[in-house]
Structure formats: C-alpha cells, structure tokens
Design a protein around this ligand. Structure first.
Ligand SMILES: Cc1cc2nc3c(=O)[nH]c(=O)nc-3n(C[C@H](O)[C@H](O)[C@H](O)COP(=O)(O)OP(=O)(O)OC[C@H]3O[C@@H](n4cnc5c(N)ncnc54)[C@H](O)[C@@H]3O)c2cc1C
Ligand code: FES
Length: 242
C-alpha cells in the first residue's frame, strides 16, 4: 500500500453520470480484485474510495459515478492531468478453485470485472448477473462477454434482459447459489445474502481508509465491529450485519 501519482491516460463517459478513467502509475501496482484506491481529488481534503476495475502492471482503470462534488471534479479532469492514488487498500475477493457467480448492481459492477478476468485466466466458468435500472444505464456488459463469461442481464423497468432484480434473474435462469461474489447497493446485498453462499463487498463512508479512524465501522455478526476499509470491503456472507 502506498501513495503514487498517476497520469490520466483516458477519461470518457460510458453512459450518463458514469465515467471510465484509465491511469498510469509511477510504479507497477499489484492488487487483488475487489481492493480499492483512495483518490486524492485536487481541492478536497478527504480522499474518495473507488474500486479497482482493472489493473495491469502500471495501468489502473477506475469506473465511477458522479454523485457529489469530488466525483464531479474528477469527471472534469483531462488526459495528462495527475491524480494521487493511495492503495491498493482493503481485502479483495478470494480467488478459489471454483466456478464463481458474480452479481453486480450499478457502480458495484466495476470491481467484478478484474475478478472475472482473474477467474477466466484460471479457465473457470464465470457467470455474471448484472442489474441496472434501465437499458440506457448499461455499461461493461459487453466486456464481460468478451472475457468469455456467461452474462445475464436484469433491468428494473424490463427494457433489457430479465425484468426485475438480479435475484429475479438468478431464479429465472436457475443459477447456482453455492459460490457467489457480489457488489452493489445494500438491498441487493441483503437479498443475495439471504439466499446465497460466498462473499459480498460493502460500502461505507470513509475517511482514513487504513483502519485508524473507525469512521467506516459496521457490526460484526458475533457482536464486535468491523472496519469496512481494513477488515473489508469484502466479507464472507454472514460476517457483517447488514
Ligand atoms: C470501498 C469502496 C469502493 C467504492 N468504489 C466505487 C466505484 O468503483 N465506483 C463508484 O462510482 N463509487 C464507488 N464508491 C463510492 C464512492 O466512494 C463515492 O461515490 C464517492 O466517495 C462520492 O464522493 P463525492 O465527493 O462525489 O460525493 P460527496 O457526497 O460530496 O462526498 C462527501 C464525502 O462523503 C464520502 N462519500 C460519499 N458517498 C460515499 C460512499 N458511497 N462511500 C464512501 N464514501 C462516500 C466522500 O468520499 C466524501 O468524503 C466506493 C465506496 C467504497 C467505500
Ligand atoms: S475509514 Fe478510517 S477506519 Fe475505515
């Protein structure tokens, strides 16, 4: 884990409010899928946690949604600008000798891309269930297909794929619930946790990102507390109280 300046190689809008930024770091960065970086957006004291979508030697891809001032400023940055990254941080999704089912919703989808890449490089069969509100919001789906994943799509308004949630799609396609890796909004993670075995990645408001400030804690199912930045963000299903 360390701070590194990174040059923006590419910045583009994938769909409204969702941007893809490709950066080149000073030195190679080695990360587990599911880990994140704390991005120092110029002009803001607190860093913004963003998951690593793809990593290859010195090249890091982040996909982020513009929700507030920090991500809004990020989206105004251009090719050649410098961003300081702190990371990789947190725990990643485990890479086990199994065929995983990856379930993602909205901006929970990016960390699943590197996860899929690593499982495909081990020749595992990867099923991906992606949930969006509408067809217009779909991103990354084609790239999962290009990796050789089985891709199942769900949209809440029924404009593409199966109408309903990722769980509706899971039921409709009789997908195995034995080894699931999921990232997305809390209601989705609760639904996944109620039926599946595996791991989920949680979000929490963060400050330090390294386990020191206790600002990101959630309750442990055994009565203690867990820091999302350091003990997570990836937890075995059932470990954290949702
Ligand atoms: C481990 C982790 C991975 C994440 N990965 C991604 C990703 O890959 N793509 C993506 O679009 N978003 C991701 N997020 C959410 C992202 O961090 C927030 O959307 C972002 O920090 C909002 O910053 P802002 O300045 O635009 O919003 P503001 O609301 O103006 O932010 C104010 C403060 O609250 C914090 N904050 C606001 N929302 C969140 C949030 N949801 N989680 C944590 N801190 C928040 C900000 O960091 C900032 O310090 C992730 C969050 C976590 C915890
Ligand atoms: S953000 Fe400080 S302990 Fe997690």
């Amino acid at each position: 884990m360390k701070c590194t300046d990174a040059v923006i190689l590419e910045q583009k809008m994938l769909v409204p409010e969702i941007y893809q930024m490709i950066l080149q770091t000073e030195a190679p960065m080695c990360a587990m899928p599911g880990q994140f970086v704390q991005v120092q957006v110029p002009g803001y004291y607190l860093r913004r946690p963003i998951s690593i979508c793809e990593i290859d030697d010195r090249q890091v891809t982040l996909i982020y949604k513009t929700v507030g001032q920090g991500t809004g400023t990020m989206s105004q940055m251009n090719k050649g600008d410098i961003l300081n990254l702190f990371g990789p941080l947190g725990t990643g999704f485990p890479i086990l000798p199994k065929d995983p089912v990856l379930i993602g919703g909205g901006v929970g989808i990016p960390p699943l891309f590197e996860t899929a890449k690593q499982y495909r490089s081990l020749k595992k069969n990867v099923t991906v269930i992606l949930g969006f509100n509408t067809k217009e919001q779909i991103f990354l789906a084609e790239r999962f297909a290009q990796l050789g994943c089985r891709v199942i799509m769900a949209t809440m308004d029924g404009s593409y794929g199966i109408a309903g949630t990722v769980m509706d799609a899971m039921h409709a396609e009789s997908v195995s619930k034995e080894f699931v890796l999921a990232c997305g909004p809390l209601p989705m993670l609760k639904a996944v946790s109620a039926e599946c075995q595996g791991y989920i990645s949680l979000e929490s408001r963060m400050a330090c990102g390294i386990g020191a400030c206790m600002g990101c804690t959630v309750r442990d199912s055994e009565g203690g507390s867990l820091r999302v930045c350091k003990d997570g963000p990836v937890f075995a299903i059932g470990k954290a109280v949702l």
